[in-house]
Ligand binder design. Structure first.
Ligand code: ADP
Length: 543
């Protein structure tokens, strides 16, 4: 017997239609690239996204074409995002932090037709244009008055394109499994690979992420996605905020502590999300300026492990709840968040912190397990490490154009490349990327955990732990540290600080101080580069 419910395709345009109909007056506030703060409503966003779709149609863009963006989080980026998807085309967000050669590679691989860009990224477009023959034109997301001098050919002015259109446009009704978005992984090994989101996966993922134990957005929330739209859908907030009717605050390109704080306060933000480095910047600003957070209720920290100091300071000094989240581009991207269960709520603070600092538990639509190298499932005892596998309707089943071949196992699971434990409450904890684990005397040392304790030292700005070869133990950890400006700390002081906070045999064999630690385009430490750099470093424990 068949169910007799309506066949209502899960298209992302239904999300914006919902916001227009039910929350037309709700504000969308942006710090523009030109400078001033811009504000309008979901009704305005809806109308202009339709104009954008019409303008694209006039430019010859059709269903399935790929349209790229090089842009910060602003209302214009949202309009292009929904305009492109509403035309049945595919919005390819390019990460401007990638190397020029990587951007050229992905623009060609994706066969981008047009590139919509912020003023700040004109130099990138100029640097790639000659080598990107599929790009027919460049749309500068500004008005005529701000159009710059550029050597780019086929340059269009975004505001002029929109001014020539009206809002009467029917979203193109594509299949819910049609591609809506394209985002390349940062490609720490080999070329970046394209992750293709469908309308259906985006809608389901945004609903999952918005359940009460994860983001739990409501119409009374004011939400600021600091995590960029080019960093895997801004962790679904560009869908889940309009879905919930929450006020949306887009920070543009200014992500320093002071600028972030100003928007948080001016726009009465209640929920925000970003990688740890942004939070370290904000906390530093709060401490040096003596400013407070008067409306913020919860902060989502993800993309890299949340340092203990970030959680402690937000929660204890500012009364803001921290949700530690984990995910990856291939997962749309969220997979877990660390909201306590009733048992944890009643536990002593120290125990709570320990569990909240884990990457957290999954929400409905994400299935997760850990397995050994033979693929056998391992127990959820919080101690046993294994390869972390995931599956679900918003998890990739292949990369664009089949790069990387078959990526799922027989049971449809995707190997995340992370090594993790899962505790009896379902809280997953990442030990390391599989390729970064440190094997010492047959046991694993979690570089992430050591790093997170090290950045808790008041003089440490950033820390990285890598394994160096050791004749007796296979590998032993080396701690690489950047000191905070004007601060001093010695190796002995750092080791004393770590003592008692991590297992004895996890203690680094040596500490080196550097002025720079290499990062990927999504802000993760490039361990491979560090291992290369220190491959000849002699550990004092090697005689
Ligand atoms: P994203 O775009 O979500 O940052 P990427 O695909 O660039 O994701 O990288 C995903 C990887 O980032 C994960 O497999 C994991 O190794 C790491 N990562 C993401 N969030 C966390 C976290 N909270 N703690 C530790 N590692 C994390």
């Amino acid at each position: 017997m068949q169910g007799l419910m309506q066949d209502w395709p899960l298209l992302v345009t239904t999300v914006l239609d919902h916001a227009r109909t039910n929350h037309p007056e709700q504000e969308v506030v942006s710090r523009t690239i030109e400078g001033p703060v811009h504000r309008y409503t979901y009704a305005d966003l809806h109308g202009r996204a339709k104009r954008c779709a019409k303008a694209l149609q006039k430019l010859g863009v059709r269903e399935g074409d790929v349209i790229a963006t090089l842009a910060w989080n602003t209302y214009r980026h949202m309009e292009v995002w929904y305009g492109v998807m509403g035309l049945g085309a595919v919005c390819h967000t390019i990460n401007p932090r990638l190397f020029t050669d990587q951007i050229v590679y992905i623009a060609n691989h994706a066969e981008d037709r047009y590139l919509f860009l912020d003023l700040s990224f004109v130099p990138i477009a100029e640097a790639i244009a000659e080598r990107c023959p599929t790009i027919k034109g460049y749309v500068l997301m500004t008005d005529r008055a701000h159009m710059p001098q550029t050597k780019l050919k086929n340059v269009l002015c975004y505001e002029e394109l929109l001014a020539a259109e009206d809002e009467h446009f029917e979203w193109v009704k594509v299949d819910e499994n049609a591609a809506a978005g394209l985002c390349y992984t940062s490609g720490t090994t080999g070329n970046p690979k394209g992750v293709v989101y469908s309308h259906r996966s985006n809608v389901l993922h945004a609903m999952g992420v918005n359940t009460a134990d994860i983001m739990g957005l409501r119409a009374k929330d004011s939400v600021m996605p600091i995590v960029p739209m080019f960093h895997a859908n801004a962790w679904a907030l560009v869908f889940s905020a309009p879905m919930a009717g929450a006020k949306l605050v887009m920070p543009g390109g200014k992500l320093d502590g002071e600028s972030v704080h100003q928007l948080l306060e001016d726009e009465a933000v209640t929920c925000t999300a970003a990688v740890p480095t942004v939070w370290l910047g904000l906390l530093h600003y709060l401490e040096t300026s003596g400013k407070r957070l008067s409306t913020l209720q919860r902060v989502v920290v993800g993309g890299a492990a949340c340092p203990r100091v970030v959680m402690e300071k937000f929660e204890d000094n500012y009364g803001v709840l921290v949700l530690h989240g984990w995910g990856m581009t291939e997962m749309s991207p969220m997979g877990t968040a660390s909201r306590l269960k009733p048992r944890g709520e009643k536990a002593p603070r120290a125990e709570q912190l320990q569990q909240k600092l884990k990457q957290g538990r999954t929400f409905y639509t994400v299935e997760m397990k850990i397995v050994d190298d033979a693929g056998k499932e391992l127990p959820r005892d919080g101690k046993t490490f294994g390869n972390l596998l995931v599956r679900g309707p918003a998890v990739s089943k292949a990369y664009y154009k089949g790069e990387g071949g078959q990526i799922l196992d027989r049971d449809g699971y995707f190997n995340t490349g992370d090594v993790a434990t899962i505790d009896p409450d379902g809280f997953m904890q990442i030990t390391d990327r599989a390729k970064d684990v440190i094997k010492s005397g047959g046991e694993w040392i979690s570089s992430i955990e050591v790093e997170n304790v090290a950045v808790g030292h008041p003089s440490v700005a950033e820390a990285a732990v890598i394994g160096l070869p050791h004749p007796k133990w296979d590998e032993r950890p080396l701690l690489v540290v950047i000191k905070k400006p004007g601060c001093e700390v010695t190796k002995a002081e750092l080791l004393a600080f770590l003592e008692g906070k991590i297992a004895k045999w996890w203690m680094p064999d040596d500490v080196v101080f550097v002025t720079e630690i290499p990062h990927t385009a999504t802000g993760k430490i490039q361990k491979r580069d560090l291992r290369d750099r220190f491959k000849d470093h002699k550990l004092p424990t090697v005689s």
